[in-house]
Design a binder for this molecule. Structure first.
Ligand code: ZN
Length: 437
């Protein structure tokens, strides 16, 4: 696909120069002869690199860990205590490498990530060649990467400013503020985040209205729902990327549409954790940009946006009892151009257009489940699963070619993941002995 959204064209040439798409024109033999590097995708589908609007890459290390538990128990009695005991920079580095390997394999060129030891995440993704918004977590208790600090709450903003200064001019990495969620962040912390966002002109990435329990708790504790509370604390003055946005009422949508707020739809995570269905059509009707995310692999359990496009479309059809409420083109839009808008990156990425950054993927068509090919859009959303991705280019650089990674070494990553898994299992054994488990 090229040009306008949903526009399907054949036999064209995309020329890349200095990380940017420099030319799109009808293909001739001279193109292959004159190019420094020529990729023949004539038997393939070419589309923009996919944009994962919400994830925690390093959580691939918790894939399949304590699945199928109630959300509160899973998060507060399993995941958070395990993270508190086991996370260190090395863990995040190895987890992010595996997450990057998987993302690239599934054609994702941009991720919006939030996790501890964000400096390690940024370093890994920079070396992997991916594009990323990386949010440094803010939460009302001491988190794994702050254990050694004498006054974590005070030094937190200084640490963010240092992280921001290091990456603010990076061509692919955007630093962001990551207040975890309304139920883990008190008013004073959120005011601090809002002021830092203004001062550093950083986007905010936050879980918002993921479960009905979160909304109920907010009413009890603060006398108002999360969205009006966040608005009152000045959290919507710059871009706030709200992950999930499942339990939003009409008043919330009214507030959000007047501010710079986007929502990221995570159908796999919401379905697996039984959180509910995001009001994607209503949000889009109100003009709120909606992106698509996988969330972490602990609640998905993979990082394929092809899976998210497929399930996300079907969940909307099912919940609205309408097969036109969300169609294949909508899903592709959420994973590309609208997803870019949701992250504030629409001028740079999200479509194959001259002048935009060269984030492009190609998909093989020679599989039993991808033949015959009548509609490219239908095939991508309803038949592909992501393993068909052949070549991945991000910022003009080849990250994977003919399904072979060019920037990451899979074998060495699997080896380190295997060792880290043993550490997780050891820690899990200890946790099982703790009271209340
Ligand atoms: Zn999440």
């Amino acid at each position: 696909m090229k040009g306008g959204l949903g526009e399907v064209d054949k036999d064209f040439f995309i020329g890349i120069q200095n990380n940017v798409i420099a030319v799109i024109e009808a293909f001739t033999d001279s193109h292959s002869k004159q190019s420094k590097k020529f990729i023949d995708a004539s038997e393939q589908i070419v589309m923009p690199g996919l944009i994962n609007g919400h994830t925690h890459l390093a959580m691939v290390m918790f894939r399949g860990f304590e699945d199928d538990r109630p959300f509160h128990e899973w998060l507060f009695n399993r995941i958070l205590p395990l993270e508190a005991n086991i996370l260190d920079e090395d863990f995040v580095r190895i987890g992010t490498e595996l997450g990057a390997l998987e993302s690239i394999r599934f054609g994702t060129t941009t991720v919006n990530d939030m996790y501890y030891f964000s400096e390690a995440t940024a370093d890994v993704l920079d070396k992997a060649g991916m594009r990323a918004i990386i949010a440094k977590p803010f939460i009302d208790f001491v988190v794994p990467d702050e254990k050694t600090l004498s006054n974590p709450l005070q030094t937190r903003s200084e640490r963010y400013k240092k992280f921001h200064a290091q990456y603010r001019k990076h061509p692919r990495i955007t630093p962001a503020l990551g207040p975890h969620a309304p139920y883990t962040c008190g008013d004073s912390l959120l005011r601090q985040v809002a002021s830092l966002a203004g001062e550093t002109q950083s986007p905010i990435h936050m879980h918002v209205c993921e479960t009905s329990g979160e909304v109920k708790e907010s009413l009890e504790k603060y006398g108002m729902k999360p969205v009006p509370r966040l608005d009152g604390l000045g959290m919507f003055e710059g871009l706030l990327i709200a992950a999930h946005g499942v339990h939003l009422d009409n008043t919330d949508i009214e507030i959000m549409k007047r501010k710079i707020v986007s929502v990221v739809y995570n159908p796999d995570s919401n379905a697996k954790l039984g959180s509910g269905v995001c009001r994607v059509p209503d949000l889009r009707k109100a003009g709120i940009p909606v992106g698509l995310g996988t969330d972490g692999a602990a609640s998905n359990n993979d990082l394929s946006l092809f899976g998210a496009m497929d399930l996300g479309t079907k969940v909307q059809k099912l919940s609205h009892q309408s097969n036109t409420v969300m169609v294949a083109l909508d899903a592709i839009n959420l994973a590309t151009l609208e997803g870019a808008r949701a992250l504030g990156l629409e001028k740079e990425i999200g479509s194959i257009e001259v002048g935009k950054r060269a984030d492009i993927i190609t998909l093989r068509t020679d599989y039993p489940h991808t033949q015959p090919l009548y509609s490219v859009l239908s095939q991508i959303v309803y038949a592909y699963n992501g393993t068909e991705v052949d070549t991945v280019v991000c910022d003009g650089k080849i990250l994977m070619e003919n399904q072979k990674h060019q920037t990451l070494n899979a074998r060495s990553i699997y080896e380190r993941v295997g060792k880290l898994k043993l550490r997780v299992q050891e820690e899990h054994k200890k946790m099982k002995k703790a009271p209340g488990y």
